[in-house]
Design a protein around this ligand. Structure first.
Ligand SMILES: [Zn+2]
Length: 79
């Protein structure tokens, strides 16, 4: 079982049961995703448990999928 970790964006402690884990909120999740997309992040992630890193990767993947759907939806409206 993963343990609470600081929100990736704002460092507030987030329990693994939180909906937006490892983020404290949808907002922090989107902010983090934006950083990845803009290349702001370098490889400087603090060392967490492997299972926590796994959770983070899955959350990012999930957020990325949601983002893509959103973009598809938007471009459909533009055309
Ligand atoms: Zn946060």
């Amino acid at each position: 079982m993963a343990k609470p970790i600081p929100c990736v964006t704002c460092k507030k402690i987030v329990a693994p049961t939180e909906h937006d884990f490892p983020f404290c909120s949808e907002r922090c999740k989107l902010i983090d995703l934006g950083k990845w997309c803009s290349g702001e992040y370098t490889i400087s992630t603090p060392i967490y448990d492997p299972e926590v890193l796994d959770e983070v990767a899955r959350a990012r993947e999930h957020a990325g999928l949601l983002m893509q759907e959103d973009e598809l939806h938007q471009s459909r409206w533009k055309n």
